[in-house]
Design a protein around this ligand. Sequence first.
Ligand SMILES: *Cc1c(COP(=O)(O)O)cnc(C)c1O
Length: 302
Amino acid sequence: MLLQAQVTPETEIRDPVLRQAGVSLWIKRLDQVHPLISGNKWFKLKYNLIAAREQGLDSLLSFGGAYSNHIHALAAAGTAYGFKTIGMIRGEPHSPLNPTLQFAVDQGMQLHYLDRTTYRQKESAAFIDQLRDRFGDFYLVPEGGSNALAVKGCTEIIDGIDQDFDVLACACGSGGTLAGLIAGLQGQGQVLGVAVLKGGDFLTKDVINLLQQSGSPVFENWNIDVQQHFGGYAKHRPELLDFIRRFEQVHGIPLDQVYTGKMMYALWEKIRAGQFAPGTRIMALHSGGLQGRLPELIRSKA
Ligand SMILES: *Cc1c(COP(=O)(O)O)cnc(C)c1O
């Protein structure tokens, strides 16, 4: 199976805020890597799909919330590369389906709902065995898609960046992407993760674990900003939504309110506060997720 990443643009952002701080900023448009397997999820899935194929498994099973970009990407990957997909969704079914789950079903994904207590068993071997009894054999992709093979895939994000930079920034949910960037950079430059959920301190340990599982040194040239979560995962406030709207108006680049909006907001605050030395070249990863934007953020093309 050959999965070749499409070349994606790097766009320089020009803005008085950047000029004043003396820094430069580019956005790596990973959101354009595949029409349906959005952004970082393409890289996280790549070696998992290859492993599933090598193991002769034709079904993929994973876990996620009702708005999970990972479930969305897995469903699309199933269609694109010929796997059956099973999505174990946290919580109650709702009708009509939200756009993420409707898309998953349209891609042929089988959805099953787990109450919150059962969902917590998602890493228990006994529970996974029960699922195998029920659905037959499958390739298991963990919730959020972060495992050693996801880290390996995300190291290739680095190979696809042409522009030289000093700082590489990304949004951080489960930390798999950040771990891949750290491993791919091999200690060069500085990597900044922006946690999009509350209480993100656990992420440092998770990223270290993922690096170790993937056979990478842990390195020290990275840190995670855990302050800019806006109240928690998928939570937002008017100032975040205003920032996202303004950013798209001025720079023509759409951001989502769950991941890339929070990353860019955090970056912007740090730039304004003078936290980057003049001359610093910043590369921000647009990790995708635009299909999960709030309807009120979607500009009409009229
Ligand atoms: C899933 C996702 C992330 C977070 O990636 P992790 O590897 O879980 O940290 C970041 N941005 C977008 C758009 C995502 O969909």
